[in-house]
Design a binder for this molecule. Structure first.
Ligand SMILES: Cc1cc2nc3c(=O)[nH]c(=O)nc-3n(C[C@H](O)[C@H](O)[C@H](O)COP(=O)(O)OP(=O)(O)OC[C@H]3O[C@@H](n4cnc5c(N)ncnc54)[C@H](O)[C@@H]3O)c2cc1C
Length: 101
């Protein structure tokens, strides 16, 4: 597979879960978009260096960029902050709080 997700069979591309890590919706979508553009000879932008990671839990979690551990390893000061996450369902019940995090 080359950088355009094209396999050795030129009209066959591999994207998403079949190529493994990170196997997320956001990355799979972007890989698919890139491969589809390439397949129809539309100029596709380069793949972004950073992808948002969305985890569809309750509450939803997401991150983009380096982790706290990666920054600490590079000597970049990190400041953490804890905030309250409170989500109300249509029925008015809270579904989760940040206390678990
Ligand atoms: C339980 C679970 C939780 C997840 N949670 C998250 C999350 O929180 N955040 C996140 O980003 N990602 C999450 N993922 C991962 C995310 O769903 C996948 O990375 C993403 O859907 C991969 O997209 P894909 O297009 O590669 O594959 P898929 O979305 O699986 O699409 C493949 C499609 O091909 C079809 N297909 C299969 N065989 C054939 C065939 N022979 N002919 C025609 N069609 C066929 C299938 O029916 C399917 O529709 C989760 C995955 C699972 C299983």
């Amino acid at each position: 597979m080359n950088a355009d997700y094209q396999t050795s069979v030129p009209n066959i591309y591999r994207v998403g879960d079949v190529i493994g890590f990170p196997s997320l919706a956001s990355t799979s979508i972007e890989q698919g978009r890139h491969a589809a553009c390439h397949a129809v000879n539309v100029h596709a932008t380069h793949m972004p260096e950073l992808f948002p990671y969305g985890i569809y839990t309750i509450p939803e979690l997401s991150m983009v960029g380096p982790t706290e551990e990666e920054l600490t390893e590079k000597g970049v000061p990190v400041r953490g902050r804890q905030g309250a996450i409170l989500r109300r369902s249509p029925a008015g019940r809270s579904s989760a709080t940040a206390a678990a995090f």
